[in-house]
Design a binder for this molecule. Structure first.
Ligand SMILES: Nc1ncnc2c1ncn2[C@@H]1O[C@H](COP(=O)(O)OP(=O)(O)OP(=O)(O)O)[C@@H](O)[C@H]1O
Ligand SMILES: [Mg+2]
Length: 281
């Protein structure tokens, strides 16, 4: 895992190499390197202020680093012009922290927003909006306004909005933050379906280690049409052939503290990682 081989756009969807960014003279990310392969889910775990949102915004080209290389879907995000970035952003999906829906627009118009900007024909927009809303089980709310929805429903709509353009990679910023435990579980179940049925490649920022275990220890089983546990290590290995790998990248003081899968997390003696595990009990 992690290997020393330099990764190129052919093997990775996201590459960060020695990325550094500071605000007001304070380093938020320093020398950060990691990569995300096609079909992989990487959980960016870190306490509040660890730089998770900054990392995702860098990946989306919304902000630029002070140093380092960032490559996403084969594009050099650091060097791109604003015009190139607009085209680039249509290839990625971003679920913003707190959802960030437009309050004055209906669910339909929120989800359709980017397709309209891209001048997609109206008929196709309606079809794709409905398809995306159906997947997140929110089709009935197509004419409602965000204010009429619960927090979990709003989160679903923002996920539909990120998916409607059929992006090659999705960045989820704290998709369960502020939700109660039951609603958080339903969001994780939705992300499992996206990962296992649609093969969505994603970076998911969270401060909850439960989100990592939710993604790493379960899978959506197509035949049974439900979320099932990866019962044992051998089962996990077997299912790995069809399901996708999920790893964690723990951020601490702007650098990776730990990287690995669920087995590695449970075996780890890293005291900082352990604090996360204890806090989740
Ligand atoms: N535009 C900015 N100007 C100044 N400081 C910033 C800016 N953006 C982020 N920061 C700082 O960078 C650090 C990391 O912020 P970030 O929002 O990435 O944290 P986070 O890991 O997403 O936290 P949370 O779990 O609370 O969402 C914080 O100290 C924040 O104050
Ligand atoms: Mg954040």
């Amino acid at each position: 895992m992690g290997g020393a081989m330099p990764l190129t756009s052919e093997s990775a969807v996201v590459v960060f190499e020695k990325v550094r960014i500071a605000f007001d003279g304070r380093e938020v990310l320093r020398d950060l390197s990691f990569s995300l392969r096609k079909g992989e889910t990487k959980i960016l775990l870190g306490e509040t202020g660890a730089g998770k949102t900054v990392l995702l915004k860098l990946a989306a080209g919304l902000i630029r680093p002070d140093a380092g290389r960032i490559e996403v879907v084969g594009k050099d995000v650091v060097e791109m012009s604003e015009r190139e970035l607009l085209t680039f952003r249509s290839r990625i999906g971003f679920v913003f922290q707190e959802g960030a829906l437009f309050d004055s627009l209906t669910v339909r118009d929120n989800v359709a927003f980017r397709l309209r900007e891209e001048r997609t024909p109206d008929e196709e927009i309606e079809q794709r909006v409905r398809e995306a809303l159906r997947f997140v089980e929110m089709e009935d709310s197509v004419d409602k306004f965000p204010a009429d929805l619960s927090g979990g429903m709003r989160r679903r709509v923002s996920i539909a909005r990120a998916l409607v353009g059929k992006p090659e990679v999705v960045f989820y910023d704290s998709p369960t933050a502020g939700l109660d435990p039951v609603t958080s579980q339903t969001i994780i179940a939705l992300l499992l379906r996206l990962r296992d049925l649609q093969g969505v490649t994603s970076l998911l920022a969270t401060h909850r280690v439960q989100d990592f275990f939710g993604m790493a220890s379960f899978r959506f089983d197509k035949e049974q049409n439900k979320v099932v546990a990866n019962a044992s290590e051998s089962d996990a290995r077997q299912s790995n052939a069809s399901s996708t790998p999920t790893n964690v990248l723990l951020l601490r003081d702007g650098a990776p503290e730990f990287e690995g899968d669920a087995q590695a997390v449970l075996k780890s003696k890293d005291p900082y990682l352990n604090e996360f595990l204890v806090s989740a009990r």
